[in-house]
Design a protein around this ligand. Structure first.
Ligand code: HEM
Length: 504
């Protein structure tokens, strides 16, 4: 991977010599050799006394539109930008350069610290205060506690044989969801009601079969509004919203109990209780069944190893696996609707009955490139760095603008066009994906801390997309949907999809 990365970078280097002089000169990143300028000299939005850089983010400010923000920052300040910490939020160094991101992510790959859900971490640590060395979960733990947890769950959650066990049941979920979509269409073949809730129901049902080993019945037409499944969906949504307000934006909660702080604590408590409710139901179902090791799913295997870890992991799957998969699905439907010739090609591959479906995989990768649900990543520096000519001290928060990079002309020809072929063409083709820097596209994160649900998410999305394309010709009318970047990129509509039946 590293060798490939270097070769690709050498190709990319010819494209932009000036930028790379800066990058290459900063390749040595040990503290003894650091010679760059102080981090305080890193350019960034101007700051006012007391409120700091906040003015720029308020309505009317030049950074008030989070969708356009990275591009504005890059044009104005270049590939490295400083955001001053205020109101308890830490100072951030924002990298809009793939090689610089690679330097940090690779160096931090032993025990990476990914901050970001501080209020959630605070809630879980508070609950665990008598047992400070006990795990709270992959999202909220760091250091040795995280490593021990991750080492326990990796062999189970990343094992292709175990993931494959879910193929049939995920296909069943996809078939039920297609039937539900058919029944929800109006005379114009548009889905009545809230499309985002529909996608969340599909996503929760899908991750539910993996996390809990059975159906939650979220797709039941008579599912009451106050059912635990609907409550959990709403709750997951709230958690990401609260994390955005308290952890990703300036907030005083670290110093005083703000109303949002109390709201968030309640929200985290509800999530814990709802997940426990579903896990207990699953456990009751397992009792009395006898299965061979090959037949056992993730929860059953984890329960055998460590009950506490099993419960935490199932809870985190129900949290991390809903909005992420749902928004990836909506983005893919939209991009295929706007590119009917690509959709037709995908349908031909699906209807061909071939087991291998390279175009299907390419379509999903391409949506994650053009409209990723996660816009970037973050690490806390465990040592001093010399990046792009600046000294970045240990403990600084360094963020990576992957979404900016994945739609940048510097890495991808015709960067905003939806061209799944770029993932399949021969390397002599200028579109070939390896002409881009390997860190320009990073939808599931990097290294030992990368998304543990990646294989599960891919299987869910591939299975559902196949079923939808087999059944519907997706069309879209009117302007593009709005995307609201918060902790995740939420596609907030209006949802102008038309799902016509495929002519047989
Ligand atoms: C398309 C869907 C998804 C995307 C794009 C996505 C993306 C990501 C990204 C970017 C990270 C951060 C990785 C890093 O710091 O390097 C992450 C972490 C994580 N994801 Fe996902 N994710 C998706 C679906 C899922 C699903 C379905 C699950 C449930 C199994 C899941 C569970 C997690 C967990 C538990 C972590 C924390 C891992 C750790 O810190 O060790 N994700 N994900």
């Amino acid at each position: 991977m590293r060798a490939v990365g270097k070769t690709v970078y050498a190709v990319a280097a010819t494209k932009n010599i000036i930028r790379n002089v800066a990058v290459n000169s900063s390749a040595i990143n040990t503290s003894e050799n650091i010679q760059g300028k102080s981090w305080t000299e890193i350019p960034g939005p101007s700051s006012l006394p007391i409120i700091g850089q906040m003015l720029h983010f308020l309505p009317g400010g030049e950074l008030s539109d989070p969708v356009k923000m990275p591009e504005i920052l890059y044009k104005r300040y270049g590939p490295i930008v400083r955001f001053d910490g205020k109101f308890g939020a830490p100072t951030l160094i924002f990298l809009l350069d793939a090689e610089a991101a690679a330097q940090v992510l690779r160096s931090e790959n032993w025990m990476p610290i990914r901050p970001g859900f501080a209020s959630f971490e605070h809630y879980r640590k508070l609950k665990n205060k008598d047992k400070p060395n006990e795990p709270t979960g992959l999202i909220t733990d760091h250091g040795d506690v995280w490593r021990k947890f991750r080492t326990t769950v990796n062999p189970i959650m990343l094992q292709p044989k175990t993931i494959k066990l879910y193929s049939h049941i995920l296909a069943e979920v996809a078939t039920d969801m297609v039937a539900r979509m058919k029944s929800k269409r109006n005379e114009k073949n548009m889905i009545e009601g809230k499309f985002d809730v529909e996608m969340n129901l599909w996503a929760l049902e899908s991750i539910g079969v993996v996390a809990l080993g059975g159906r939650l019945n979220c797709l039941d037409q008579n599912l009451p509004e106050n059912s635990p499944a609907r409550k959990l969906i709403q709750n997951v949504h709230e958690i990401f919203k609260m994390a955005d307000k308290l952890d990703f934006k300036p907030s005083l909660w670290r110093h005083i109990g703000t109303p949002n702080y109390y709201k968030a604590m309640q929200c985290y408590e509800d999530q814990t209780n709802l997940s426990k409710y579903f896990i207990n139901q699953a456990r009751e179902k397992f009792q009395g069944t006898s299965k061979s090791d090959d037949e056992k799913g993730i929860l059953e295997k984890l329960l055998e190893i460590d009950e506490k870890i099993a419960v935490i992991m199932a809870t985190d799957m129900l949290l991390a696996g809903v909005d992420t998969a749902a928004n990836t699905m909506t983005a893919t439907f939209y991009l295929l609707a706007k590119n009917p010739e690509k959709q037709k090609k995908l349908r031909e591959e699906i209807l061909s009955g071939n087991e291998n479906k390279p175009y299907l995989k390419a379509c999903i990768k391409e949506s994650l490139r053009v409209m990723p649900v996660v816009s970037g990543n973050i690490r806390i520096a465990s040592k001093d760095y010399d990046i792009l000519g600046y000294r970045i001290p240990k403990n600084m928060h360094v963020t990576f603008g992957h979404q900016f990079l994945s739609v940048s002309e510097q890495h991808y020809p015709k960067p905003r066009e939806y061209i799944p072929e770029r993932w399949l063409v021969d390397k002599s083709d200028p579109l070939h994906y390896r002409n881009a820097h390997p860190f320009a596209f990073n939808p599931f994160g990097f290294g030992v801390r990368s998304c543990i649900g990646r294989r599960i998410a891919e299987l869910e999305v591939e299975t559902f997309l196949s079923k939808v394309i087999e059944n519907f010709e997706i069309d879209w009318t009117g302007p593009p949907p709005n995307v609201k970047p918060a902790a995740l990129n939420y596609i907030v509509g209006p949802y102008n999809f038309i799902f016509n039946d495929v002519k047989k």
